[in-house]
Design a protein. Structure first.
Length: 128
C-alpha cells in the first residue's frame, strides 16, 4: 500500500520537459523558413528600386524584423526589451545603444548592421 509518490512526479516532470523541447524545436524550424522567405523578398525589392536614393535602398523594416523583433516585439511596441516604435531617443543615443549594447541587449558591430542601415532603422522607429 505504501507506494513511492516521487516516481509518478518525476515521470510527469520528464515528459513535460521533453514536450517543451519537442515543441520548441518544431517552432524554430518554422521561423527559419520564414526568415529565408523574408530575405528573398527583400532582395527582390532592392533590385527593382535602383533609381531610389541611397537611404531608400535599405530595408529598415526587414532589418528590424531580423534583428530586433525577437526582443522588442513583432510590432516593436516592447517585449523583453523596451518599445522601439516612436522612440524618444536622440539618433546619437540610439546609435550608441545599438553599437555598445545596454543591459541584456547585445552590441551590434558595423559588420552586423552598417551605419546606413542604422540610420534607416532610427528613421523607421521614429516614424512609427
Amino acid at each position: 500500500m505504501n507506494k513511492n509518490p516521487i516516481v509518478p512526479f518525476l515521470l510527469i516532470i520528464f515528459l513535460g520537459i521533453g514536450l517543451v523541447f519537442l515543441l520548441s524545436g518544431l517552432g524554430s524550424t518554422d521561423d527559419g523558413e520564414e526568415d529565408v522567405a523574408t530575405e528573398e523578398g527583400s532582395e527582390g525589392s532592392e533590385e527593382s528600386g535602383g533609381d531610389e536614393a541611397s537611404s531608400g535602398d535599405v530595408d529598415a523594416e526587414g532589418i528590424a524584423r531580423d534583428n530586433c523583433a525577437s526582443c522588442h516585439g513583432q510590432d516593436f511596441s516592447g517585449g523583453m526589451g523596451p518599445a522601439l516604435a516612436g522612440t524618444s531617443l536622440a539618433e546619437e543615443d540610439f546609435t550608441i545603444t545599438v553599437r555598445e549594447g545596454q543591459g541584456s541587449m547585445p552590441a551590434f558591430s558595423a559588420d552586423q548592421i552598417a551605419d546606413e542601415e542604422l540610420t534607416a532603422l532610427y528613421q523607421f522607429f521614429s516614424e512609427q
